[in-house]
Write a protein that binds this ligand. Structure first.
Ligand code: DHB
Length: 490
């Protein structure tokens, strides 16, 4: 709840478009729930299945669940936060660019169910308001790009619109997501208040409010989709055996099924073509390292940008040694891509690293020539379920008459177009594990560099041996959140 007087809400009247549902938060519509976090019982109010747009087109997914610690209704404080100051934790549940339901404490997150409290329960125990939006996804005609980002922005607008009569500070919204959800978390921050999305938000009857957020957390973002194919081959060219996710799997919240194979000669040629595209693209971004030196690649794909990724990998191994997660002997036996001097990493062989972690996608990794990828479906339209979204795959398509997504949509899905020194969130945390081969490690480093070069504060790390997953370091995640809320200048 900000210091804004209730009278502002009255002055604007209720936020509805003609014929639409009310977008005014009703504090009386809740049920009381409890969770056990670290042996302690916490009580919270659950406001569930709230439509966040006046004119939903997918009523099952365009809803938000909001959870508020009960202590805030008795003047209490938790972790230094009160009803007026509590930050709002905004975890989306999007995986695979599929439709996502609003998250529920105790049932959120990805992969096999972990022991202990999940991120939403942990957030409540630490005094955060939890607001988890659902969003449309690629399998429905109205869920094509950019539907999911429009939905997340509409959810933020709902929270801002209701700031005066809801506990929590809508000036302190912190987004979180994993994989496709991580990419959308980054895009949500990057595109804060960007006019490109206004028309779609208006059509849905989103609340008349801004959609900037305060901070962004993202795990293994499947982002920069229109250049992810060349980034992938830059990392994995020469690795011809793969273990690919079974394309028939549509639920990204469960353990994955993998299919083994080896690239054909034609696929190896595609890999070479795409790898060759990457240096020119990377150089066009004009990125700089934290010390101001340019991040570049030569025509063979070698250079300071690759060295920067190698440095993250080396640091990851050193941290793992320090934490007792591995030993020098284990590294020597299982990770021949690392050279050590005592417990210091001296060299990282990037090509050998890619071989060790293994390829998980066939080229092109995202814009498949036969339109078989999830991303092809994401970039489809209401009349054409799957389309291309890169010039290379459109030109080499194996599907007669395959269409191409329009430039405006492709732009709306790529956060790089929106990151500048004016980008609203100051604080960014990105994690991608060293054992993750769902997309190139270049993606996270491009995002982090672009953000840092735009004056943002970025915390990027590559946790040792962590596969494609999220929310695995909740203590560190919430320590980061508390720090960016409590210790940053207004
Ligand atoms: C996800 C994983 C992928 O490999 C991909 O291409 C898109 C999304 C996911 O887990 O969300």
């Amino acid at each position: 709840m900000s210091r804004k007087p209730l009278i502002t809400a009255l002055a604007f009247g209720s936020a509805t478009l003609a014929g639409g549902a009310s977008l005014d938060f009703d504090p009386a519509q809740y049920s009381e729930k409890t969770a056990t976090v670290n042996g302690e019982t916490i009580t919270y109010r659950a406001y569930e299945n709230i439509p966040y747009v006046a004119n939903p087109v997918d009523a099952a997914h365009q809803t938000i669940n909001i959870y508020i610690p009960a202590a805030y209704y008795n003047g209490g404080s938790i972790n230094g936060y009160t009803a007026a100051t509590a930050p709002i934790y905004l975890p989306n549940q999007i995986g695979g660019y599929m439709p996502a339901s609003a998250g529920v404490p105790g049932a959120s997150g990805f992969g096999p169910k972990k022991e202990g409290a999940d991120a939403m329960q942990t957030a409540l125990a630490k005094g955060y308001i939890v607001a988890s939006p659902g969003a449309r996804g690629r399998i429905s005609a109205d869920g094509k790009a950019p539907a999911a980002i429009i939905d997340l922005k509409a959810a933020v607008r709902y929270l801002k619109h209701n700031d005066a009569n809801m506990a929590g500070d809508a000036g302190k919204i912190i987004s979180n997501g994993t994989s496709a959800g991580g990419a959308l978390s980054i895009l949500l921050g990057a595109s804060s208040n960007a006019p490109d999305y206004d028309a779609a938000l208006k059509t849905l009857g989103a609340a008349e409010a801004p959609d900037d957020i305060y901070a962004v957390s993202a795990y293994c973002p499947i982002s920069i989709l229109d250049h992810a194919d060349s980034a992938y081959e830059w990392e994995f060219h020469g690795v011809n055996d793969y273990e690919k996710i079974d394309a028939r799997q549509v639920d990204y919240h469960v353990e994955r099924q993998l299919q083994k194979g080896t690239l054909s000669a034609a696929e190896q040629q595609t890999s070479a073509d795409l790898k060759a595209q990457f240096p020119a693209y990377l150089n066009s971004l004009n990125l700089k390292n934290t010390d101001g030196t340019p991040l570049t690649l030569d025509a063979d794909g070698n250079g300071s940008f690759r060295d920067a990724i190698a440095a993250y990998l080396g640091k990851s191994a050193e941290t793992a040694l320090k934490n007792g997660q591995t030993t020098v002997a284990q590294l020597a036996a299982d990770h021949p891509w690392l050279t050590l001097d005592g417990d210091r990493v001296t060299t990282v062989d990037f090509a050998a690293y890619a071989k060790t972690i293994g390829r998980q996608k066939t080229p092109p990794a995202f814009d498949a020539l036969d339109l078989s990828s999830g991303e092809n479906q994401l970039f489809g339209s209401a009349s054409e379920d799957k389309r291309h979204f890169t010039a290379y795959s459109q030109a080499h398509s194996s599907v007669a008459g395959a269409g191409m997504a329009d430039d405006a949509t492709i732009k709306q899905m790529n956060p790089l177009h929106y990151i500048s020194d004016k980008t609203a969130p100051q604080h960014w945390r990105i994690r991608v594990g060293t054992a993750d081969s769902d997309t190139s490690h270049a993606i996270a480093v491009i995002l982090a560099s672009k953000l840092a070069n735009s004056g943002k504060t970025v915390d990027l790390a590559m946790p040792w041996q962590v596969p494609h997953s999220g929310d695995y370091d909740l203590d560190e995640l919430f320590a980061w959140m508390d720090n960016v809320v409590k210790n940053s200048q207004p």
